[in-house]
Ligand binder design. Structure first.
Ligand SMILES: [Zn+2]
Ligand SMILES: [Zn+2]
Length: 440
């Protein structure tokens, strides 16, 4: 049988709808004055002056992909670019070898308000920078350096955080636990994609590893003595498959069997599986996990086996709480760069994934817009997307994105009404969550 992708009708219609949405429709307006115009122009010019260095950083990180918590060369290159421009950066902060911090503060006054600009630089096994985190690092570095140039004209301070291990290590959660965001008032970052939106429902994800213990026996001679752990995994897998029809459209469940036994003539005494459970709100994520847990337990009962569950061998990734006042400012700045930011609702909610920025966004106001560097049907986490991540479009994106992040941060630091609206929106969204207690 031919192995081929499904009929492309759905994807084609989606791609067309994105194209048609572009000409007359923009992102929601922002009603805030933001950064004074001349200061904004100085910030944009400060990014433009460093465009070549920013793009070089993007390509250098791309050329040497490093996996979660092993991003030594990538973080060193980021620190070295900052040093070339006169900024001290500390590597190994918050108890993580490959986390970075650089701070810019004015000569007088308070450190507050304080904005964090977040960089990522980890890659994926086998396919390198297929999530384009090299672009994130470059844009964040550019934004930080431009803001540092004008820091005397801004209130408060700016901190650049190099955040390791987004691809499954939960680096931002570990940094948050170590206090990285305790004295920060807002965080901004961007993520490359095939489309440009300022807000999107990025969903949370929990990992559940299950191990069933049964009783081994000769599968032919003494099967009645066995208790089959693989049967338990299969029962659980089928139960999860049945659950899938009756969950929220935004929920996602995917799993693999990691141990299915040793040999057909040995009744498996051990079998194991690993599942990702995703949902759009912390509360619905908790509900989904409760329903899954019931299925895993039922499979143990049904097969007479014993169940061990390990939740979250890596930290939970919480759903992103988008901060609209800040996201709208970012969108306006990207439109100002001649880019076409899609209005809300054009990208279907179910085209989504998870990020540990979610864990930041329930502690302080945050944004996670996407930056278009590829065609709309290009999927992240593919070799094709890794190639897009150093294309001319990606290089332009590094500069435009740096300007968008820098101006948004400057808006926040100079416009007290925007700061208040940002805070109000955060409180309306539920305020700061106690992440430890949330899923206990
Ligand atoms: Zn990714
Ligand atoms: Zn990513």
């Amino acid at each position: 049988m031919d192995l081929r992708p499904p009929y492309p009708g759905y994807l084609d219609r989606l791609t067309k709808s994105l194209t048609h949405a572009l000409p007359d429709n923009g992102p929601p307006p922002s009603h805030f004055a933001g950064v004074p115009e001349r200061l904004g122009q100085a910030i944009s010019a400060a990014v433009e002056r460093r465009a070549q260095d920013i793009v070089t950083l993007s390509h250098d990180i791309h050329a040497k992909p490093e996996l979660v918590y092993a991003e030594h060369e990538s973080v060193r290159r980021l620190a070295s670019l900052l040093a070339d421009h006169g900024h001290d950066a500390e590597i190994g902060v918050f108890g993580i070898d490959t986390a970075l911090r650089a701070t810019a503060r004015g000569t007088a006054g308070s450190d507050r308000p304080r904005v964090a600009i977040l960089a990522e630089y980890d890659a994926l096994p086998g396919i390198g920078h297929a999530c384009g985190h090299n672009v994130i690092a470059a844009a964040a570095a550019g934004a930080f350096m431009a803001l540092a140039d004008v820091i005397r004209d801004l209130d408060g301070s700016v901190v650049l955080y190099g955040c390791p291990a987004e691809e499954g290590g939960g680096g931002k959660e570990l940094m948050a636990r170590a206090g990285a965001f305790d004295d920060v008032d807002a965080a901004v970052m961007l993520h490359p994609a095939g489309f440009e939106v300022s807000e999107h429902p990025w969903i949370g994800v929990r990992t559940i590893d299950v191990v069933y213990q049964g009783l081994t026996a000769h599968a032919s001679m003494f099967p009645f003595l066995g208790r089959n752990a693989l049967d338990a995994v299969v029962t659980a897998y089928n139960g999860i498959s049945q659950l899938r029809q009756h969950i929220l459209p935004s929920d996602r469940i995917h799993g693999i069997i990691t141990d299915g036994g040793q040999k057909p003539n040995i009744v498996p005494g051990r079998a194991a599986a690993s599942f990702f459970l995703r949902s759009v709100e912390p509360e619905t994520l908790r509900e989904l996990c409760d329903r899954a847990r019931t299925i895993f337990e039922a499979a143990a009962h049904a097969t007479g086996t014993k169940l061990e569950i390990e939740w979250d061998p890596v930290p939970v990734y919480l759903p992103v709480r988008n901060n609209s006042p800040l996201a709208n400012r970012y969108a306006q700045h990207l439109v100002g760069r001649g880019r076409q930011v899609l209005p809300p609702g054009v990208i279907p909610d179910h085209l989504t994934a998870s990020t540990d920025l979610g864990n930041v966004s329930v502690r302080i106001p945050a944004i996670h817009p996407t930056l278009k560097i590829a065609p709309a049907d290009a999927s992240i986490h593919t070799a094709e997307f890794a190639a897009h991540a150093i294309s001319a479009e990606a290089d332009r994106g590094c500069v435009d994105g740096a300007i968008g992040l820098a101006l948004t941060a400057a808006d926040f630091l100079t416009d007290a009404a925007l700061r208040q609206a940002t805070r109000d929106a955060f409180e309306d969204g539920g305020g700061a969550l106690d992440v430890d207690a949330l899923l206990a």
